[in-house]
Design a protein around this ligand. Structure first.
Ligand code: SF4
Length: 249
C-alpha cells in the first residue's frame, strides 16, 4: 500500500479550553528537510474551525498553545510562521486531503521514524494516550510543552518542559520534568543539570534533532536538560520580555 504523506491522527476537544482541535501528521512518505530537526514526521495541532493565522490574531490559538508566553496575544515571540506550513496543512485538511487513521495504524506507519510532537501547537492539548501510542514503534521523538504545571503529568515521559528562565527550569526539574530552556547569551548553563543544544548556533550546529534525540522527556537516554540561546528574529523580543519591557513587533 502506498503511504499517504499526511494523515489525521485525532479530532476532539482541546484539553486546554474544550474547543475543537485536530492533530495531523505530515512528512510520512516524503522526507522533511528542516536543518535543525533533520528528517522527522511532523505533527500539527490546530483548531479545526479557525485557520491558524486567524487564531493567532484572535487569541483562539489558546486552544492549542494554552497560556504560552511566546504567543503574540501575550506579547510573545513565537518563531513558528503560522501562515506558512501550518496554514498549508490546515488548508489541505479543509479540502479533505488527509485520511483519518487510528493510533495503532499510526504506530505502524511511524515505525522506525523520528517523530516531532507538535511542529506547531502544544502536544498537551491532545490526549497523552494518543502520543504514547503513535511513538510506540518510532525510532525516537522530540516534544515540548508549556503546560507542564497543569497538564497530565505522564507527559513528562515524552515531552520536555519548556522553561523561559533559570527559575522555571529549576522548578520544572524539581517536579520530575526534563527541561528545554531558552536563555539570553549572557545567562549561564547550570553545571551537570544542563547542556548546550548541539543543534544551536552557539554549539556550531554540530548535529540535528533526528541524530541527537535528547528532547524526548524522561524516556530519552539523555538525563541532563538542553538550553539554547534565543536566536534570530525572536532574540530581541525575548530579551525585552525577560527585561520586563513592552514587546513590540
Ligand atoms: S538538544 Fe538535541 S533533540 Fe533537543 S533541540 Fe537540541 S538537537 Fe534537538
Amino acid at each position: 500500500m502506498t503511504k499517504p504523506n499526511g494523515v489525521i491522527l485525532w479530532e476532539g476537544p482541546s484539553a486546554l479550553d474544550g474547543a475543537p482541535i485536530v492533530v495531523i501528521a505530515t512528512g510520512i512518505a516524503a522526507k522533511s528537510g528542516n536543518e535543525k530537526t533533520g528528517d522527522m514526521v511532523q505533527t500539527w495541532i490546530m483548531r479545526q474551525d479557525v485557520a491558524p493565522h486567524h487564531a493567532l490574531k484572535t487569541g483562539q490559538d489558546a486552544s492549542v498553545c494554552g497560556d504560552c508566553m511566546h504567543r503574540p496575544a501575550n506579547g510573545g515571540s513565537c518563531y513558528v510562521k503560522v501562515f506558512q506550513a501550518p496554514l498549508s496543512v490546515w488548508n489541505a485538511y479543509q479540502r479533505g486531503v488527509y485520511p483519518r487513521i487510528l493510533p495503532g495504524e499510526a504506530r505502524d506507519l511511524f515505525a522506525g521514524r523520528m517523530v516531532r510532537l507538535g511542529s506547531y501547537g502544544d502536544p498537551a492539548a491532545a490526549p497523552y494516550d494518543l502520543w504514547a501510542a503513535i511513538v510506540g514503534r518510532a525510532k525516537g521523538w522530540t516534544g515540548y510543552t508549556h503546560q507542564w504545571r497543569t497538564c497530565d503529568h505522564r507527559f513528562a515521559n515524552l515531552l520536555m518542559a519548556s522553561a523561559d528562565s533559570e527559575a522555571e527550569g529549576v522548578t520544572a526539574r524539581a517536579f520530575g520534568w526534563r527541561t528545554f530552556r531558552i536563555r539570553t547569551a549572557d545567562e549561564p548553563v547550570a553545571p551537570k543539570a544542563e547542556f548546550v543544544c548541539p543543534a544551536s548556533a552557539e554549539a556550531g550546529y554540530r548535529t540535528d534533532c533526528a541524530s541527537c534525540r535528547a528532547c524526548g522527556g524522561t524516556m530519552a537516554k539523555a538525563k541532563a536538560s538542553p538550553v539554547i540561546v534565543a536566536h534570530g528574529a525572536t532574540a530581541r523580543r525575548f530579551a525585552l520580555y525577560r527585561a520586563g519591557q513592552p514587546v513590540t513587533a
